[in-house]
Design a protein around this ligand. Structure first.
Ligand code: GYE
Length: 324
């Protein structure tokens, strides 16, 4: 009897220690170095996001990181709930891509108090207190907006007439929408012939991009250029442009950001004119950073993703080898 009880107690203790392996709050994880990450994803709004989710999930597997994953369907309150549940579950590290920039201080403070390190990935927050997170891994969205503007300035360098631009913005209040708009405006603002005649959010989705472009076309007979903050909205807009009997890439020149496969295909087909790349393949670097912060090692406060741009000719060359 005693032997049976002690065996049960022992089994219970073992189970507890196994359970706590991934749960050392901010500790160094289990002896074998494995860690548990809670990841609060934005949603599944675009091809970029799908590729990003796959990258995070695949890299976690490869790195031996146990991943708890949630999809917030583009709603901040869902992300906050997910982060709180990761805090309760005492994960080793929380990573998330904040849907909007503002309103994170309270929940980030809760993670800090629970001694769970937080990594921002893809999108930034505007919190003044940078001790609320360990690092921010992702693109320089202002730079992306500038690259889009620079192509336009070059493309219309000899034009004397006004260039009428419509803009499809990403999710209102998100870092990529704010920054891609700002970078673009900064570059084209140097020449008054560039006029943004309409600018509205398409929430980074194809359906919204189409809907808003239809409205733009109805109220503006003379659109020269569309600048869409991502490929998906650009692809939706192409349907609207074709529906209105115009030729995308010719009657209306199109610049987008991301360079996912469908976007690159449209670029190679001549329907988009220029794409600024934004890489979603953040998973491997995220897992490296996570392991370091859980061990208490120093990491750079900002890790910027390397990216390029594509013309129609370049798209034709790389299309077959595009991973996402
Ligand atoms: O450009 C867009 C996605 O945050 C960089 O979010 C990301 C953006 C990306 O929905 O397609």
């Amino acid at each position: 009897m005693f032997r049976r009880i002690s065996a049960l107690v022992l089994a219970g203790l073992t189970a507890m220690s196994v359970a706590s392996c991934g749960g050392g709050s901010g500790g160094s994880g289990s002896g074998d170095g494995s860690i548990t990450m809670g990841f609060a994803q934005v949603g599944a709004e675009s091809g970029w996001r799908t590729a990003n989710t796959k990258s995070v999930q695949d890299s976690a597997k490869n790195a031996g990181v146990t991943l708890k994953f949630s999809d917030a369907q583009q709603k901040q309150e869902n992300q906050i709930k997910a982060i709180r549940s990761y805090i309760q579950q005492k994960v080793d590290v929380i990573a998330f891509s904040p849907v909007v920039e503002s309103g994170w201080d309270t929940v980030l403070k809760e993670a800090k108090d629970a001694k769970i390190p937080v990594i921002l990935t893809d999108r930034a927050v505007d919190s003044k207190d940078t001790s609320l997170y360990k690092t921010f891994l992702g693109s320089d969205f202002v730079e992306e907006g500038k690259k889009a503007g620079q192509w336009l300035v070059q493309e219309y360098k000899d034009a004397k007439d006004p260039v009428n631009i419509v803009e499809l913005q990403g999710t209102t209040g998100s870092a990529p929408a704010n920054d891609r708009k700002a970078g673009f405006a900064q570059v084209i603002g140097a020449d008054p012939k560039f006029k943004v005649i309409a600018s509205q959010t398409g929430d980074f989705t194809r359906a919204k991009g189409k809907e808003v472009m239809e409205a733009f076309l109805k109220s503006n007979p003379d659109i020269d250029v569309l600048y869409a903050h991502n490929d998906d909205m650009g692809l939706g807009a192409i349907e609207a442009i074709e529906g209105a009997g115009k030729v995308p890439g010719k009657d209306i020149k199109i610049i987008t950001v991301d360079a996912v496969k469908d976007g690159m295909q449209a670029l190679a087909d001549g329907k988009i004119n220029y794409i600024v790349e934004c890489s979603p393949l953040l998973g491997p670097q995220l897992m490296d950073l996570a392991k370091k912060v859980v061990k208490g090692e120093q990491v750079p406060a900002r890790v910027v993703t390397e990216e390029t741009t594509f013309t129609q000719e370049q798209a034709k060359q790389v299309l077959s080898s595009r991973q996402y």
